[in-house]
Design a binder for this molecule. Structure first.
Ligand SMILES: [Zn+2]
Length: 162
C-alpha cells in the first residue's frame, strides 16, 4: 500500500509540475502567434533578431523614471536608473535590472554569443521569452564598463508611479 501511496504522490507531483510548466507557457510559442501579437517592427526585431534604424527609437531620449519591460512578455528588464546616452542612436543601459555586482542571475536577460555579420558579439535576449533585445558591448561607463545597446522596439516603458 505504501508503494501505491508513493506512486500516487509521485504522479501528483508530476501533474503539478506539468501544470506549473503549462502556466509558464501561456506565452505565444509559434512564429505566427508572435506575428499576431506584435507589430511588424516588434516582430522583426524581437523574433527575427532585427535592429531598428539608429536614432529612430521612441525611448532613445526618454529620461522619465520607470522600468523598461519586454514588449513580448512584459518581464521587467532595464531600469531608467541605469539608462544613459551613448550617442550611438539606440537606448543604452549600463546594467540589467536585478544585477548585483557582476551576477546577472536575478535579471530578466540572458547573454548569448552571436557570430552573425562575421563579428563576435554578445547578444542580449529576454530570459522568459527569448526575445532578441540587442547586444552588450564592453565600452560602457562606470566600473562595469558595459553598454547594453537595446532596441526601443523591444521594450515597453512603464513610468514610475509617484
Ligand atoms: Zn520577454
Amino acid at each position: 500500500e505504501s508503494r501505491l501511496v508513493a506512486w500516487h504522490s509521485g504522479l501528483k507531483h508530476g501533474v503539478n509540475k506539468l501544470e506549473h510548466m503549462r502556466g509558464r507557457h501561456e506565452l505565444p510559442l509559434t512564429k505566427s502567434e508572435w506575428q499576431k501579437k506584435l507589430t511588424p517592427e516588434q516582430f522583426y526585431v524581437t523574433r527575427e533578431k532585427g535592429t531598428e534604424p539608429p536614432f529612430s527609437g521612441v525611448y532613445l531620449n526618454n529620461k522619465e523614471s520607470g522600468m523598461y519591460h519586454c514588449v513580448c512578455c512584459d518581464s521587467p528588464l532595464f531600469s531608467s536608473e541605469k539608462k544613459y546616452c551613448s550617442g550611438t542612436g539606440w537606448p543604452a543601459f549600463s546594467e540589467a535590472h536585478g544585477t548585483s555586482g557582476s551576477d546577472e542571475r536575478d535579471t530578466g536577460i540572458l547573454r548569448r554569443v552571436d557570430t552573425s555579420l562575421g563579428l563576435t558579439r554578445t547578444e542580449v535576449v529576454c530570459k522568459q521569452c527569448e526575445a532578441h533585445l540587442g547586444h552588450v558591448f564592453p565600452d560602457g561607463p562606470g566600473p562595469s564598463g558595459q553598454r547594453f545597446c537595446i532596441n526601443s522596439v523591444a521594450l515597453k516603458f512603464k513610468p514610475r508611479k509617484h
